[in-house]
Design a protein around this ligand. Sequence first.
Ligand code: NAD
Ligand code: DAU
Length: 339
Amino acid sequence: MKILVTGGAGFIGSNFVYYMLEKHPDYDIVCIDALTYAGNLSTLKTALENPKFKFVKGSIADRELVFELFENEKFDIVVNFAAESHVDRSIENPEIFLKTNILGTQVLMDACRKYGIQRYHQVSTDEVYGDLPLDRPDLFFTEETPIHTSSPYSASKASADLLVMAYHRTFGLPVTISRCSNNYGPYHFPEKLIPLMIANALNDKPLPVYGKGENVRDWLYVEDHCSAIDLIIHNGRVGEVYNIGGHNEMANIDVVKLVLKELGKSEELITYVTDRAGHDRRYAIDPTKIHSELGWLPATKFADGIKKTVQWYLDNKSWWEEIISGEYQNYYEKMYSNR
Ligand code: NAD
Ligand code: DAU
C-alpha cells in the first residue's frame, strides 16, 4: 500500500505520518508539502530516517509537479491535509486560502482521476457547519447539518468539500471526507490558541484572549484524529462524510487557565483583546456516525492530553523557539500589537 500524505510537514499531517509509519510499517508513505510558514522539515526529521518514508517539496496546486509525482509513484490512497489553516490569516488575506484549499484540492483529484487510486480522503473541518449558540448545549453538528460558513478559511474548506462530492457524483471518484473539531498536541504551530498560550506563558508575555474568552471549542488530541482517519480510509464508505470529535467542549478562557495551571504561571498574564471578526461562538461535534459505523472512540482525555502537550512544549523548546524567533515575530506584531 502506498499513501500520499499532503501537508505532512504541518501539525496534523506530521502526526499522521508518524502514526501511519508505526501502525502500518509495511506501507510506503510519500509526503508532499510546500513548506509554507506553517510547514517545517525538522518536524519530519525522524520520519526521514525511515526507508518507508519519502518527502517531496512542492505545492498541491502545481499541476505539472503533482501529475509527475502520481505518474511515478502510483498511489493507492491520497490523504489531503495540505491547506492554509489559520482563520485569523484568512481574514487578513483570503486569496491564498482559495488557491491552496480549493484549487489545490482540484489538482489532486484530477491527478487521482487520471492515474487511478483506491481512495481520495479530504481532511475537512467542523468549521464548515458555521457555529452554534452558546445557550443551546443540546445542539451538535451532525453530518446532515447544513454548510454555513463564517470565515474565508471555512468558506474555502467548504468549497473544497463540495468539489470533492461533485467529483464523486460526476466522475465516480472514490472519496471520503472527515470533519474534525479542534486538535491539540505535539507540533501545533504557535499561532494557534493552545501553543500560543504555552509559549507566551513560558516567556512571561501577556496571553491575548479574544473578546471575553467565552467562545467554545471541542478539543481532540491529535493522535485520536489520526486514528479516525486511518479507520475511514480503510473501512469508511465511499461518498460519505464522517464527523470526528470527542465531546470535549471548553470555553477558551478555561483552556487558557488550565494551561497556566499546568505551567504554574499566574492568571495575571491573561489580557482580553479585541475579538476576532465574525468569531464563531461554539463548535460541538456529534460523533455518533463514526462511532457506530467504524467503532472509533477517542483514547485520550483532555486532562491527560493537555498535560502531555504542555510537557511536549517544555521538552521541545528548540522546535517552537526557532519558529517564533523568525518571520513569526512580524506576524505577531501585526496581529496583536494595539489590539
Ligand atoms: P498546518 O497549518 O499546521 O499545516 C498545513 C501544512 O500544509 C503545512 O505543512 C504547509 O506547509 C502545507 N501546505 C500549505 N499549502 C500547501 C500547498 N499549496 N501545497 C502543499 N502543502 C501545503 O495545518 P493543520 O492544523 O495541520 O491542518 C491540517 C488539515 O486539517 C487542514 O486541511 C485543516 O483544514 C484540517 N483541520 C485542522 C484542524 C485543527 O484543529 N488544526 C481541525 C480540523 C481540520
Ligand atoms: O475547529 C477546527 C478548526 O480549529 C480548524 O479547522 C482550524 O484549522 C484550526 O485553526 C482551528 O480553528 P480555530 O479558529 O478554532 O483555532 P484557533 O486556535 O485559532 O482559536 C481557537 C479559539 O481561541 C478561537 O475561539 C479563537 C481563540 N483565540 C485564538 C488565538 C490564536 C484567542 O482567544 N486568542 C488567540 O490568540
